[in-house]
Ligand binder design. Structure first.
Ligand code: NAD
Length: 477
């Protein structure tokens, strides 16, 4: 069995105890990782603090050049990283390769931004400039659904703007990110990026630690609330990318067969474990039956299996707690008598496989409509009136993303403008871009990742004002 080390101060680091990491498709143990505690966390923060003065003093061009090398390292090791990712996360190898490639692309795209000072006034009397300066040491906490990409979303903007970092991947999926940390030691000065692993105690220890200037967190809304509370005593900066219950609205002027396929993958990519996946599908009455039936055919025909099976396109749910949560949602639908349509799961498997499940028009107040499922189950809901469907789409504490499907662009834009969400995609889904701000409205988050706005979240504004004609200067003779 592999015993993988953390990266602290550019070197291997261990902890007195270790955690096991398993493959969710067969529950076999893959490796053990350190279960870091206060001592290891303090050491990682100290290393990041020591590295900060030199790293932040480098020119942005210098840091950009290193980030280009990071992108090359990800690309050059893509095969190994994708294999590791698919075995710990459960996603098919092709999907893991896509995530790793996206991480390399995102890394490279981020360097197209620089954070130049803004000149507010430049007159004979005054020069006023606002600079964007790094915050210091950032604590990053990433989830298990896209461990590599969502860690890169934090690492690259933080480092580009001159911060140093201590990153903690999810204890369910730490292996590939730890390996990435090892690989990046060849281009990053010691202490600039430290990667630590640990169980449930480590996240709260990080968010409460006075050594961090910012916490960048991606995870559930429930944990996001705890992060905010624990960051309050030291007023840490926060970026919180949280859960969603994203509506899709499908108008009747679309081809039901074709839209069904798009809708299907907007909901079931990564076995539904995508923050911005479709989680409620509002389908117009005129085409409801056709869309439902076409999605049912897909649910029954897509191949679900282990990542090692090259023909499988959907994997298991990633971990035991999530598996049991989705099971309880399916059981609730059955208990309540809601009609369901299910696909198959692989035979003779002990992994966390759950069938793709469509719930046929459950009540709006049902658990499956009200809660974020984050797994392979989707409620299909009928509507007939535009204002009514907008009100139902917005009747949620979440506001991460939404999709609108129609041939009528005027209607699409009218609806998109009324949806309370950070991203609205029209006639496509999950169209994330490294250049477009992504973040939640309402309880789906605080702040933004990606784009210039995402980069600036890793900076403080600093305004420098020069009075050019003060009346007290002594003239030199
Ligand atoms: P989670 O909230 O259970 O855990 C996320 C991370 O926080 C893990 O690394 C965990 O160890 C750590 N953690 C747990 N308790 C903590 C605490 N009290 N303080 C600090 N850290 C703590 O989330 P998850 O189950 O890993 O991820 C699924 C959730 O993440 C879903 O709700 C999903 O929508 C959301 N998500 C959001 C985005 C986004 O960009 N908005 C992206 C991916 C996932």
């Amino acid at each position: 069995m592999l015993n993988i080390a953390m990266t602290i101060d550019g070197k291997d680091a261990a902890a007195p105890t270790r955690l096991t990491v398993s493959n969710p498709a067969n529950c076999c143990v893959l490796a053990t990782v350190p279960d870091a505690g206060q001592q290891e966390l303090d050491a990682a923060i100290d290393a990041a603090r020591r590295a900060f003065p030199q790293w932040s003093a480098r020119t942005i061009a210098d840091r950009q050049a290193i980030i280009v090398q990071i992108s090359s390292i990800i690309r050059n090791n893509a095969d190994e990283l994708a294999r590791s990712l698919s075995s710990e996360q459960g996603k098919p190898l092709s999907a893991a390769a896509f995530e790793v490639e996206s991480a390399a692309l995102w890394t490279l795209a981020t360097i197209s931004y620089t954070v130049e000072p803004t000149v507010i006034e430049d007159t004979a009397e005054h020069r006023v400039e606002t600079h964007h300066v790094p915050l210091g040491v950032v604590g990053a906490i990433s989830p298990w659904n896209f461990p590599v990409l969502l860690s890169i979303w934090k690492i690259i903007p933080a480092l580009l703007t001159g911060n140093t970092m201590v990153l903690k991947p999810s204890p369910f999926t730490p292996l590939t990110v730890l390996r990435l940390g090892e690989l990046l030691r060849s281009v990053l000065p010691a202490g600039v990026l430290n990667i630590i692993t640990g169980g449930d105690h480590l996240g709260p220890m990080m968010t409460a630690h006075p050594g961090f200037d910012k916490i960048s967190f991606t995870g559930s809304t429930a944990t996001g609330r705890r992060v905010m509370e624990s960051a309050a005593p030291t007023l840490k900066r926060l970026t919180l990318e949280l859960g969603g219950n994203d509506p899709a609205i499908i108008f009747p002027d679309v081809d039901p067969q074709k839209v069904a396929e798009q809708l299907f993958w907007s909901a079931f990519t990564n076995s539904g474990q995508v923050c911005a996946a479709t989680k409620r599908a509002y389908i117009h009455d005129d085409i409801y039956d056709d869309v439902r039936d076409a999605m049912a055919v897909l649910a029954k025909s897509v191949k679900m299996g282990e990542a090692s099976d090259q023909t499988s396109v959907v994997g298991p749910v990633q971990n035991g707690p999530q598996y049991r949560r989705i099971q309880s949602l399916i059981a609730d639908c059955i208990d309540q008598g809601y009609p369901i349509i299910q696909g198959a799961i692989p035979q003779d498997h002990i992994g966390y496989f759950l069938p793709i499940t469509l719930v046929d028009n459950p009540p709006e107040q049902s658990r499956i409509v009200q809660e974020e499922q984050f797994g392979p189950i989707l409620p299909l809901l009928r509507f007939s009136d535009e204002d009514d469907v907008i009100a139902r789409a917005n009747a949620s504490d979440y506001g991460l993303a939404a999709t609108v499907w129609t041939a009528d662009e005027t209607r699409a834009v009218r609806v998109a403008n009324q949806i309370e969400a950070g991203s609205v995609w029209i006639n496509e889904a999950l169209a994330l871009s490294p250049f477009a701000a992504f973040g939640g409205h309402k309880q789906s988050g605080v702040g933004t990742e990606n784009g210039l706005a995402g980069l600036l979240e890793y900076t403080n504004r600093k305004t420098i004002t020069i009075q050019r004609k003060p009346n007290f200067l002594v003239k030199k003779i």
